[in-house]
Design a protein around this ligand. Sequence first.
Ligand SMILES: Nc1ncnc2c1ncn2[C@@H]1O[C@H](COP(=O)(O)OP(=O)(O)OP(=O)(O)O)[C@@H](O)[C@H]1O
Ligand SMILES: [Mg+2]
Length: 284
Amino acid sequence: METILSLQHVNYSYEDDNGELIPVLKDFSLEIQRGSFVCVLGHNGSGKSTLAKLLNGLYQPDQDSGPILVDGLNTRDEKNELEVRRRVGLVFQNPDNQLVTTVVEEEIAFGPENLGLPRDELQKRVDEALLAVDMQEYRNHATYKLSGGQKQRIAIAGILAMRPQILILDEPTAMLDPKGREEVLSAVRRLNREQGMTVILITHHMEEAAKTDRVIVMKNGQITADSTPQAVFSQPQLIRDAGLSLPQPTELTHRLIQEGFPIDKEVLTVEQAVAAISKMLKEK
Ligand SMILES: Nc1ncnc2c1ncn2[C@@H]1O[C@H](COP(=O)(O)OP(=O)(O)OP(=O)(O)O)[C@@H](O)[C@H]1O
Ligand SMILES: [Mg+2]
């Protein structure tokens, strides 16, 4: 598979009020493959948002840092700045802070309009983006009347209309109810599966992580695990050390195993827990 994002020995520090440099990312290396669906987990302050902002050029790494390459473009290079922003779409936590207009259609056209695209191209992008997040019938609706999940999907559509190569979502469901969370997550999953969009999902919800291809665990600005969700969540100690918890179905089956019940280990979802527990009961 082809590498689309690459960080090589990256350092990032910020200056505190006393002018002292505080390191956030230290010797941080990571490669992300085109078309993959990657989840980043980590306790508050572990550096997840910093990573997202470095990847789309909002932040620049330290002077002594190795390079960050987006689709081969070095984010440090000033001439790449606009192209890097365009290729890496960032979606944040609060949809209300991301919506700038009052009508759905205008909202989605806002970014591409600034690229100076012709009318029909603009229309085409709006149509495609609305379809991608399953919001076609809301085209003429007022943005402020939408639910949180709908607003967040419009925010995503606005980013999609810019035709990014990579979508980074920084806790996109943190402010949503379970229904809104599921709406947003299934839209993102579809984008990955059907359009091959490279997705990086930063989340505090373990069940969301369980449904991605690759889970990266961060602690104090470093990667402490990087593997499939199955492999990462089969290490409860590692998860606890990172200040995280297991997905609930995984926690449940681990505890049953501790109690001596012969249950299959690799359970991540409710469906898998039901299957594993049913199997055990039938075999008894
Ligand atoms: N420009 C900055 N000014 C001050 N502090 C910063 C700056 N950038 C990063 N930090 C600090 O760096 C650390 C990592 O922050 P970051 O926002 O990346 O964490 P996070 O993993 O996204 O956390 P959360 O789960 O709370 O969103 C924090 O301690 C944060 O306060
Ligand atoms: Mg954050």
